[in-house]
Design a protein around this ligand. Structure first.
Ligand SMILES: [Zn+2]
Length: 152
C-alpha cells in the first residue's frame, strides 16, 4: 500500500502545484510527506519503521486507522501552518494527508473520518495488497508517467 500511497501523493502534487506560489518541488515533496504521515500509526509501515519509538507509542495510544486517520489531524496541521502564515505549505499538507485518507477509504478496511467523536466510516472493496490494488497501482504508474511533463 505504501507505493500506492506514494504514487497517489505524487499525482496529487503534480496536478495541484500550479495553484500555489511556493516552489513546485517543495510543494510536491510536502504532499508526498504528508501523504505518508498517517501510517505512522502502524509500526510495520515504511514510515513507522523509520520512526520506531514514536510509531510504537502512537500505535499503542491511538491504534491503527484511529485519530491519525481522521480529518482532524490534517485540518489541525493546516490551521497551525496558516497561523504562521504558511498557507501554501498548509495546503500541501492538507492535500497529501486527505489524499491518503481517501485512498484508505476505498480499501476494504475503510476509514472513519470523524474518529473518535462520530462515525463516518467509508469503506471500499479494494483489498490491501490484493489484485485490484495492483491494477490501480499500474494505472497510477501510467498516469504518473503521462503527468511528468506537467513539471516542465
Ligand atoms: Zn493509512
Amino acid at each position: 500500500m505504501f507505493k500506492t500511497h506514494l504514487l497517489i501523493s505524487l499525482l496529487l502534487g503534480l496536478f495541484t502545484f500550479q495553484f500555489f506560489e511556493i516552489n513546485k518541488f517543495i510543494f510536491i515533496a510536502l504532499v508526498i510527506l504528508a501523504g505518508s504521515l498517517p501510517d505512522i500509526d502502524i509500526p510495520s509501515s515504511k514510515i513507522g519503521k523509520k520512526t520506531r519509538p514514536v510509531s510504537n507509542i502512537i500505535n499503542f495510544l491511538f491504534g491503527h486507522r484511529g485519530i491519525l486517520h481522521s480529518i482532524f489531524i490534517p485540518v489541525l496541521l493546516f490551521f497551525v501552518l496558516s497561523y504562521y502564515n504558511l498557507y501554501e505549505y498548509g495546503y500541501a499538507v492538507l492535500i497529501g494527508y486527505l489524499g491518503h485518507l481517501l485512498a484508505d477509504a476505498i480499501s476494504s478496511e475503510g476509514v472513519n473520518f470523524l474518529h473518535p467523536f462520530l462515525k463516518l466510516r467509508i469503506q471500499g472493496f479494494i483489498r490491501v495488497g490484493g489484485f485490484l490494488e495492483y491494477i490501480l497501482f499500474m494505472l497510477l504508474i501510467g498516469l504518473g508517467i503521462l503527468s511528468i511533463p506537467r513539471l516542465f
